[in-house]
Write a protein that binds this ligand. Structure first.
Ligand SMILES: [Zn+2]
Length: 55
């Protein structure tokens, strides 16, 4: 499964990383531990926004 790291926007295989976090019932995958730690510091800055919020 291809996923995008929410911190650096890099595309990678979810099966290839041990770094993932559940936030607001969405599982986020990270390509590196550094990206995961950045996300954990400011999750609202990196969490994916649902487009329906703006409609
Ligand atoms: Zn990353």
């Amino acid at each position: 499964m291809k996923v995008v790291c929410p911190v650096c926007n890099r595309l990678f295989e979810a099966e290839c990383t041990p770094y993932k976090q559940d936030y607001n019932n969405i599982v986020y995958y990270f390509d590196t531990e550094i990206c995961m730690l950045a996300f954990l510091r400011e999750p609202d800055r990196f969490a994916f926004k649902c487009k329906k919020e703006n409609e």
